[in-house]
Design a binder for this molecule. Sequence first.
Ligand code: ADP
Ligand code: ZN
Length: 477
Amino acid sequence: MNLNLNIYQVLSIIGVLIFCYFVFFKNRKSAQKEINNLSDIEYISSSNTGFDDIAGNYEAKESLKDLVDFIKNPEKYQKFNARMPKGVLLYGSPGTGKTLMAKALAKEAGVPFYAVSGSDFVQVYAGLGAGRIRTLFKKAKQSKKSVIFIDEIDAIGKKRMGGNMRGSDEGDRTLNALLTEMSGFGDGSGIIVVAATNRIDTLDQALLRPGRFDRQIEIMLPDRNARKDILNLYIQKRNCNKNINLEKLADLTVYFSGAQLENLINEASLIAVKDNSEEINDEHIEQAYLNVLAGTEQKNPAENKRQKMVTSYHEAGHAFISKYLMPENKIIRVSVIPTSKGAGGYTLSTPSNEEIITKTRIKNQLSVLLAGRAAEEIFLGNDNVTIGAQNDIERSTSLAIDYIAKYGMDDEVGLLNFGILAEKLNIPLSSLESYVKKLIDELYSDVMHIIKNNKDKVEQIANLLMEKEVIHGEDIA
Ligand code: ADP
Ligand code: ZN
C-alpha cells in the first residue's frame, strides 16, 4: 500500500480518531452508569399476591406450594442432604398467571421478591448484561432468603448454536453469568430463582440441567372449570349482580387466558360505571365480551365452538384407540385446550413400564397416532378433515420408517438396515416409500374400522370433551 497522504487527509484522519474516542468514552461512561442504575429491577419487599389470588392451575399451585417449605425451612432439608431446587421454570402461554405464581411463592414464604425481565439484559454495551445479573444476585443475597423472578428468560437463554453460527457472544456472557450465579449460592440459602417463558422449546439446554432450572412446571390455559373459577374470583372482587350467568360465560370464553378473563370483568365494570349502574349485570358483561373479542386475536364464539368440536373428535379418536389397543396404558389426561407448544389438544398417557418394545407395540403406537385423523374423517367427513393431524403424521411417518428401515419388522423388506445399505451400497432410501405407505394405509384402514364399529363410544368421549374440555382416565373408563 502506498501511503502518500497530504496534510488534509492526515488532519481528517486525526479528526475521525478523536471523534471515535469521544463516542467510545461516552459510551463507556453511560454503560457504567447503567450498570449501577438498576432501577428496572423491580423490588417488592413483600408481594401481596397469594395463592388464594390465583384460580385454576391447581396442579401447578400444588408444586409451588411444596417449595414454600423449602424456602422457609432449608435446614430441615439440609439435614437429610436433600438438594433444594434452585431454579423453577414456569412455561406456558402469555397471561396464564406465571408472574402471579412467582409472586405468590414469595408471599407465602414471606420473603422479598425481585423481578426482572430477560429483555432488560439484552443490551448493546458489552458486559452490561452480565454485570446486571451479578448486581441482581448481590442484592438478593443481601436479603438472605428471596424469590428472584426472571420473566422472558428466553431473551437471554436462547439455544446457543454450534460451529460458526454462534449466537451473540454478549448473550452467551449474560447466560454464563446467570449459570455461575446460580451455582454460586448454597443449597440451603433459601433463594429460589423462578423463570418464565412462553417458548420452552427455544431454551438453551444448559439452563435445564440439574442444579439449574431443573424443575419445570407447565402453566396451562384454563379449561372450562378453571375459567369459571377465575371469572368468579374477579366477580367477587367487584360489585356484581348475584345472578350473573357464570356457566354461560365460561362456555363463551373458551381459549381465553386468565389475563383476558380479568380484562373482560374489568371492562364490564368500566361499562357499568359509565352506565351509572349500581352493579355489574349480564348486559355489561355481554357488551364487554364483544369489546374484548374485537381487541384480541380471539375468534368469534361460533368459530371457537367449531374448533373445539373438531378437536374433541380428534382427541376422542386418539384416546379411544389407545384404550382399545393398549388397555394396559394409563390415560392421564385428554385436553382440547391448546398448549404453548402449538398442539390444539393432546392425549397424555403413560405406557405400562414393564413392557418391552415389540412389533405389536409399535404398530399400536402408529394406530393411536393415526386415530385423530381417522376420527375427523368419520365424524366430519373426508372433505372436512383439518390440519390438526400435522404433528401426528410427522411422528407416524418417522416411526413407520424406523419400523421398516431400522428394526427390520416388515416381513417383505426383511432384516435390513437401510442407513447402512444407503452408505455402503448407494441404495436410495426412496426405495422404501411404497412399504411405508402400505404399512400406514393398512393401519389407518384398521383404525377406521375400529372407530366405525364403536362410533357411539367415541362420540361419548367427544361429547364429554366438548362439555368439560379436560378429562381424565376415569372419565374414559
Ligand atoms: P404471565 O406471567 O403468565 O404472562 P401474569 O401472571 O402476568 O401472566 O397474568 C396477568 C394477569 O392476568 C394477572 O395479573 C391476573 O390479573 C390475571 N390472571 C392470569 N392468570 C390468572 C389466574 N390463574 N388466576 C387469576 N388471575 C389470573
Ligand atoms: Zn392428534
